[in-house]
Design a protein around this ligand. Structure first.
Ligand SMILES: [Zn+2]
Length: 305
């Protein structure tokens, strides 16, 4: 069985944590578990907060060593194609349906542009209103327009009509003339993935409306306020807590970890389970800690920034 190390990118950082690196002998199953909220603690917290996340990169490995190596770097963003513009070549073999894919439209579009798989912008005119979408090829754009409109939609690019409406038939003739093949054969040239990808980029309105929308969307992406307010609601306010914790570390106190390090608790980011907290320990971005038997604290899982 192929083993993988995978990198998950969070749309908003949970405090300093913007990524998660994991290892799995069964990638699809593992990611599905993350989505279900039964996987790693950090991802569970992220999912609970409603922070969208995406599997952005995978590595084929033959053991867990590489995962350790990556985690030890303490800088997952360096390996993330969305965060590090220098990455021009990477693998992502995770193909499962990601609930949040549409949330990353903007990021993926930017990534594609950088990777020089620049998608082209098309306008699809229906009798009611115009729509825009992105496609990596003219062929794919024509196929999608015909599939969606059944011949009643026209396709435009850069203000010019590139495929007419076929109100009174003539689609076959047009495909023959343009591609030298009939429609059925042209459809075969376009992968289902490509079609699905185009559907994800469909927006109502003209190109200028699309631009405005994407601009606003990117502003929302960078609004820390939304995250901070979500995090403060999530933070337990009253005791006893929903999880039945009996002891909550005082955010002004110092904690001594099992390995002897003494660190100030700067901020308790949230309670994750019974006697389990995601905390910011200052020096290290964020930790999950739980009390051990001898008044010291045990690290449960490290979040990497
Ligand atoms: Zn990233």
């Amino acid at each position: 069985m192929q083993m993988y190390v995978y990198l998950i990118h969070f749309k908003y950082k949970l405090h300093h944590a913007g990524h998660y690196i994991g290892f799995s002998k069964c990638l699809d199953f593992r990611i599905a578990a993350h989505r279900e909220g039964t996987g790693a603690i950090l991802i569970r917290a992220i999912t609970r907060l409603g922070i969208p996340w995406i599997v952005i990169r995978t590595w084929r490995v033959d053991g867990q060593g590489f995962e350790r190596h990556l985690k030890n770097q303490k800088n997952a963003a360096r390996f993330c194609p969305l965060c590090n513009p220098k990455i021009l070549d990477f693998q992502n073999e995770y193909v499962g349906g990601d609930d949040f894919c549409s949330e990353f439209l903007h990021e993926i579009t930017q990534l594609n542009e950088r990777m020089a798989i620049t998608p082209m912008l098309f306008q699809l005119n229906t009798p009611e209103k115009p729509y825009t979408f992105e496609a990596s090829s003219f062929t794919a754009a024509c196929v999608v327009t015909t599939l969606l409109g059944g011949g009643f939609y026209s396709l435009w690019q850069a203000g010019k009509q590139v495929m007419p409406m076929f109100m009174f038939g003539g689609a076959e003739k047009w495909y023959q003339r343009t591609f030298g093949k009939n429609f059925q054969d042209v459809v075969q040239e376009v992968s289902l993935d490509e079609i699905a990808q185009i559907y994800l980029t469909l927006l109502a309105g003209k190109p200028e409306e699309r631009q405005r929308y994407l601009q606003e969307l990117s502003m929302v992406h960078h609004s820390k306020q939304a995250l901070v307010s979500a995090a403060s609601q999530w933070r337990p306010q009253i005791k006893p807590t929903a999880y039945g914790s009996t002891f909550i570390p005082d955010s002004g106190a110092t904690v001594q970890l099992l390995d002897g390090r003494e660190l100030p608790v700067q901020e308790i980011l949230g309670e994750i389970g019974i006697n389990l907290w995601l905390v910011d320990l200052g020096e290290i971005p964020s930790y999950t800690i739980t009390p051990s038997g001898d008044s010291r604290w045990e690290e449960v899982e490290t979040a990497i920034a």
